[in-house]
Design a protein around this ligand. Structure first.
Ligand SMILES: C[S@@+](CC[C@H](N)C(=O)[O-])C[C@H]1O[C@@H](n2cnc3c(N)ncnc32)[C@H](O)[C@@H]1O
Length: 455
């Protein structure tokens, strides 16, 4: 039978979800990716792209829905680029994430027997994000503040309410939008330099009730924005911080080259694991406070600290893991490339009265060999690298340090699997892996792996 082509309509069953959350079906073995497809669905699909090895299709009709298909509660679902899995029942989302981790580890093989522990579900399925970044777009008559449409970076949905953020942030979004419109503030145009606003980033301390509005603008128009900041603080008293970040470069990022305080103070406080963290506009902070607490409790238990150990925290960010572990060991060395994150870590250590952490600013592949040269030995290493995982030199240095236990926190099962293979080649045994769902309704997958050094 000839392979279907672009424009053809086919009927197929969805039997899997791909990395990223698209449904996967087959027509006589020919793979078709279908956004919005749920394993167990029977769909009529029109092919919009047909390549030699796979095709992409859009759903024309659901001939028979999967038992795991649910009504997505968000009115923007399907158009908004934010959540991709809202139409899949939560237990099926968890099963999909677990399978992705298992597939990645098994595909590489040679890891020996290890335990794949059951995924830890998120305590809250909605309202869990303590930070959201909205793009400002639109015309003079109707400035919109919202989220990009899926795969359409030129189109912004004027999202009235995002279900992933708490009600307090939705109220803040609504007030900000109302005031921006009342003052006729315009979106910034990167080509002409006209207009002003680029992003509105909101942060909440879910445990402290504090909130921040970070306005990212193309110019330092403090006088224009200060009344808006004062009004937000007056209307919503939890708003303890309103800052302006200026980014006049072409790059469409919410991080500015200069920051100005518009009202209140320059940070909010959040508590996690019994510690208080000062979070500034550009600080990295775990986005799901409640689930981060469970993640870090798992990490702490996996470290099996008795009080006398030296711990090295690789890719330490704002030092959250270092500071939580410091209470249970002799000393922690954190290594982190972002200097602002290191500054936050130092500040947070001081604020919490912790004096047994040393934070080193720079790349793991440079600092770790240097620590070893200086004679530092560690019983335990925790690593929480970015999606790219370890640099080969960093991994070699980790093997050279030879800690008894390695606790690896991963946001990308593919690089986790690659690095675990490297570590098993260096004398480690993978004991267990436990996925943790940090971001319900999105395809993001977090997992913790514990490795021990073979005797
Ligand atoms: C997933 S985050 C870790 C977050 C941290 N556990 C926390 O809770 O704050 C990964 C961190 O690795 C840092 N990073 C990326 N590449 C690095 C490198 N080559 N060396 C050191 N740190 C790096 C990033 O700046 C980021 O803070």
């Amino acid at each position: 039978m000839s392979r279907p082509g672009r424009g053809d309509t086919v009927s197929l069953g969805i039997d899997d979800l791909a990395f990223g959350g698209e449904g996967v079906g087959r027509v006589d073995g020919y793979v078709v990716f279908v956004r919005g497809g749920v394993p167990g669905d029977r769909l009529r699909v029109r092919l919009v792209e047909a390549r030699p090895r796979f095709a992409r299709g859009v759903i024309e009709a659901i001939e028979m829905p999967s038992p795991d298909r649910v009504e997505a509660p968000c009115p923007y679902f399907g158009r908004c680029g934010g959540c991709r899995l809202q139409h899949i029942a939560y237990p099926a989302q968890l099963a999909y994430k677990t399978k992705q981790v298992a597939d990645c580890l098994e595909r590489l093989g040679g890891l020996g027997a290890f335990e794949l522990r059951p995924i830890i579900p998120a305590p809250a399925l909605y309202g869990y994000r303590n930070k959201m970044e909205f793009t400002v777009a639109g015309t003079a008559d109707a400035t919109s503040i919202g989220l990009h449409e899926a795969d359409r970076y030129d189109s912004v949905l004027d999202v009235e309410r995002c279900l992933l953020q708490p009600d307090a942030l939705n109220a803040l979004l609504e007030e900000t939008r109302r005031d921006v419109r009342a003052r006729h503030l315009r979106a910034w145009d990167a080509e002409t330099g006209a207009g002003l606003l680029r992003f509105v980033m909101l942060r909440a301390g879910l445990r402290t009730g504090e909130a921040m509005v970070n306005i990212v603008a193309g110019a330092p128009e403090i006088e224009t924005l200060a009344p808006l900041a004062e009004r937000l603080r007056a209307r919503l008293p939890g708003t303890v911080s309103v800052v302006l970040n200026v980014n006049s470069r072409k790059a469409s990022v919410a991080i500015g080259t200069e920051e100005h305080l518009l009202a209140g103070r320059d940070h909010i406080n959040e508590s996690l694991g019994g510690l208080t963290f000062q979070v500034s506009a550009n600080s990295f902070f775990q986005t799901n406070t409640e689930q981060a607490e469970q993640l870090f409790a798992l990490v702490e238990a996996a470290c099996e600290l008795g009080g006398g150990e030296t711990v090295v925290d690789l890719y330490s960010g704002t030092g959250t893991i270092s500071l939580l572990l410091a209470r249970h060991c002799r000393r922690v060395y954190g290594i982190e490339v972002a200097t602002t994150a290191v500054e936050d870590a130092v500040r947070n250590a001081r604020a919490n009265g912790i004096d047994n952490c040393t934070f080193l600013s720079g790349e793991v592949r440079h600092h770790l060999p240097e620590l070893i040269r200086k004679g530092v030995r560690a019983e335990v290493v925790v690593a929480d690298p970015p999606r790219a995982g370890f640099h080969p030199k960093a991994l070699r240095a980790l093997v050279a340090l030879a800690p008894a236990r390695i606790v690896y926190v991963s946001c990308n099962p593919a690089t986790l699997a690659r690095d675990v293979v490297g570590l098993t080649g260096g004398g480690y045994r993978l004991e267990w892996v436990q996925p943790v769902d940090m971001f319900p309704h999105t395809p993001h997958i977090e997992a913790v792996a514990r490795l021990t050094r073979a005797a």
